[in-house]
Design a protein around this ligand. Structure first.
Ligand SMILES: CC/C=C/CC(=O)SCCNC(=O)CCNC(=O)[C@H](O)C(C)(C)COP(=O)(O)OP(=O)(O)OC[C@H]1O[C@@H](n2cnc3c(N)ncnc32)[C@H](O)[C@@H]1OP(=O)(O)O
Length: 713
């Protein structure tokens, strides 16, 4: 809803009231209409200010309303009503003006922003476009190139940048509403006629065609099959037409997006990202019953790529860091690298680099005086155990001990310490100061407070933290295993790396499985498999009664580790080269392999590649839910979108399973498992069967079918 009062004698003040972000629900839209009527009909009122309750202008349309038929007045006429008002209307922007919120502000005749406010049109992240005139008014106000940038990236613009772009008229450090009221008084006698953005012509640009072509090309490349970014460009292109025609085009494009599965997927992802913050553990411990401990000082042990990124993320979150590395040369290199990462980051954010927040050490002693340690040494259990033993002896009581591991047993590490309840895994993703995902792994003895502290620290670092149980590979890497396996089996059966990658990239992954494997290095998994007892030079295709593909191992034995050696599943022009080219050697190698094992290459189609890779991955997701390793499908989906480049417009693997239809997924898995009975990951899991028998409920209802946590609190 919206509140109305008259202030300073002649200013009508309309306050949007819908906590926490004053989203434009039906009641708020109706409130704006009613309060505008009140202000315009009050003869004493000469000008109007629109602001948001509690220091937030408006977070946009109420996304929760998108899943049911719209009621109340539509936003487009509401904004038109504001713009066509005969009295000047000023938007007082505090906190955020996003999506429909910024569109409303664009309908006002003036915009005053607080210096800390953020403005943007992030609809593209919800699978939409700014459909309440934003795609038409923004380019008219700030020009096509700047509008295209803001609309297609969905990024938030600071008040300072908004002022530079001409998006706001004034920026203030003072009380924004008071300033807006003063401003409204000063323009009370002026006609708003010349301030109506819908009447502006689109600013001239010498080569608009080239601008649109360039952006469209970039957007298509980045979009990976997403419809919204492309529609955003098309909508802005329509801003060069007369306003009414542009609005009609915006409406048509929006209608297509609004009903698309992609918009549903991206809106699901928006809420899923927020839902994972409400974590729970099988013990019944929960986010709302556990207080995190504030971390002021942390230590990072091991300054390889991960340790450096983690140190930067901590410093940028305002935590004092001791960065430790025993190798002096590595320590010096790390210091230089971390300083330049901090400097670059600070420059991007327009702040001073917090170089004084970090100090360096070549020994473990400073661990005695920190609140939390993140161990980020090489992924080797023996080495990590040694570090945890040392930490246990050194740290003061209450210090949280975290391991940045991508899949090792957190319980084993905890058992090396005197305080297993303070041990959790913190699985960061590379580059750790950039990637948004953090898996927080609780062991069987981790205390709820340790989990809450790691989750909160992740949030402070700007990450989306997901609490997961302890098992080999946790959630993300555990699901990756059957996916990779299927890709290898497909090569054995007749596919090529190029074809498998092409199918997965067409689906929307940034990189197919083989290009990704070349980038991250084939040797990483090989070393882990060898540590698990993989015999050298052995190419058997059946291990412990199950199908096993030795292809990756055989490539590693040839020194083909991927990009870094210039050869892997593809060839590169030099070690470290990035352009993957098909390698005739690999074709020859695959043919010889098939002959050696009596395999006859068959024609494998697009559908089989997708189904075998993706359904095997989803099936593992159902097992993870069944095992209680993830609390709900949202957790898995957030991990896959943010950490494994699953296309956001497909929601995540569990959401996608629901979109495809659980019955179909089950049938196809049954079919493939019949064809390949020696591949256990293709055997449909019980939870999937249970859901199908229960009529394939929507993904939001799956938690009801999972085992309830046992409350021990
Ligand atoms: C035809 C009309 C078309 C219009 C197009 C639109 O306007 S689409 C909406 C565009 N707006 C956005 O995309 C903004 C989405 N929100 C955010 O980015 C952030 O929430 C925020 C506004 C920057 C605030 O961030 P903060 O970290 O402070 O809080 P949370 O993200 O945790 O949000 C708090 C709760 O508010 C819910 N929420 C936020 N925005 C909306 C919204 N637009 N509609 C409905 N609900 C919203 C959010 O879900 C949180 O609640 P939970 O219960 O925790 O989920």
């Amino acid at each position: 809803m919206a509140q109305y009062s008259r202030v300073s004698g002649t200013v009508g003040l309309i306050t949007l009231l819908n906590p926490p972000v004053n989203a434009l629900s039906a009641a708020v839209r109706q409130g704006i209409v009613d309060m505008m009527d009140k202000a315009l009909s009050d003869r004493k009122v000469k000008s109007v200010v629109i602001c948001g309750h509690n220091g937030k202008f408006c977070g946009g349309a109420d996304i929760r309303e998108f899943s049911s038929p719209l009621t109340g007045p539509l936003l487009i006429p509401v904004i038109q009503g504001v713009e066509s008002a005969a009295k000047p209307v000023v938007a007082a922007i505090e906190g955020v003006a996003l999506g429909g919120g910024l569109e409303l502000a664009l309908g006002c005749h003036y915009r005053i922003a607080h210096s800390k406010a953020r403005l943007g049109l992030p609809e593209v992240h919800l699978g939409l476009l700014p459909g309440a005139g934003g795609s038409q008014r923004l380019p008219r106000l700030i020009g096509v190139p700047a509008a295209l940038d803001i609309i297609t990236t969905g990024r938030h613009v600071t008040a300072a940048e908004a002022l530079k772009l001409g998006l706001v008229d004034r920026v203030t450090d003072r009380n924004t509403v008071d300033e807006a009221v003063k401003f409204a008084l000063s323009v009370a006698d002026q006609s708003p006629q010349s301030r109506r953005i819908s009447t502006f012509p689109c600013p001239h640009h010498p080569d608009l065609d080239a601008v649109f072509e360039g952006v469209m090309q970039r957007v298509r490349q980045r979009a990976r099959g997403a419809l919204a970014p492309v529609a955003c460009v098309q909508a802005v292109a329509a801003a060069t037409l007369p306003f009414a025609q542009g609005m009609e085009r915006e409406r048509e494009l929006m209608a297509t997006l609004f009903t698309s599965g992609q918009a549903r997927a991206q809106q699901y992802h928006f809420f899923a990202q927020r839902a994972v913050g409400r974590w729970s553990m099988p013990s019944g411990a929960r986010w709302d019953k556990t207080k995190p401990v504030a971390v002021h000082k942390a230590m990072v042990i091991g300054l390889g790529t991960m340790g450096r990124g983690i140190s930067v993320a901590l410093v940028q979150a305002g935590v004092s860091v001791v960065a430790m590395e025993t190798n002096e040369k590595q320590l010096m290199d790390a210091k230089q690298a971390i300083s330049s990462m901090l400097e670059r980051g600070a420059k991007r954010r327009g702040v001073a680099p917090a170089l004084d927040k970090i100090r360096y050490s070549s020994d473990m002693q400073p661990a005695a005086d920190v609140d939390l340690v993140i161990e980020a040494v090489f992924e080797d259990m023996a080495l990590k155990k040694k570090v945890f033993q040392q930490l246990s002896a050194l740290c003061k009581p209450g210090t949280f001990l975290c391991s940045n591991t991508s899949g090792l047993d957190v319980d084993q590490l905890a058992s090396e310490t005197r305080t297993p309840e303070l041990v959790v895994g913190m699985h960061f993703f590379a580059p750790a100061h950039v990637m948004k995902l953090l898996e927080v792994v609780y062991g069987s003895r981790s205390s709820p407070q340790a989990v809450a502290t790691a989750m909160e620290l992740g949030k402070q670092m700007g990450k989306v933290s997901v609490a997961v149980g302890n098992c080999r590979g946790f959630v993300g890497n555990r699901m990756l295993k059957p996916y990779l396996e299927q890709a290898f089996f497909l090569l054995e059966e007749g596919a090529t790396p190029e074809f498998v990658d092409q199918v997965l990239e067409e689906f929307g992954f940034a990189m197919g499985v083989f290009r990704m494997s070349d980038l991250s290095g084939l040797d990483v998994g090989w070393r882990v498999r060898k540590a698990d007892g993989l015999p050298d030079g052995h190419s058997a295709r059946i291990r412990q009664g199950c199908r096993y593909s030795p292809l990756g191992d055989l490539l590693c034995e040839q020194g083909r580790f991927g990009q870094k050696t210039g050869r892997g599943w593809y060839q590169y022009d030099k070690p470290g080269g990035q352009v993957a080219k098909p390698d005739p050697w690999l074709q020859d190698f695959l043919e010889k392999f098939r002959t050696q094992h009596g395999l006859v290459a068959r024609r494998i189609d697009h559908q089989e590649v997708l189904e075998r890779c993706l359904y095997a991955l989803m099936n593992e997701g159902f097992r993870i839910l069944e095992d209680g390793i993830a609390a709900g499908p949202e957790d898995i989906d957030v991990i896959y979108v943010l950490g494994y480049s699953w296309p956001p417009h497909r929601g995540g693997p569990m959401f996608y399973a629901a979109m495809v239809g659980l019955k179909k997924v089950l049938e196809r898995l049954e079919h493939y498992h019949q064809e390949h009975p020696d591949i256990p990951s293709l055997k449909p899991c019980n939870l999937l069967r249970k859901l199908v028998v229960s009529g394939s409920p929507p993904v939001q209802k799956w938690r009801e079918f999972l085992q309830k946590p046992q409350s021990q609190l």
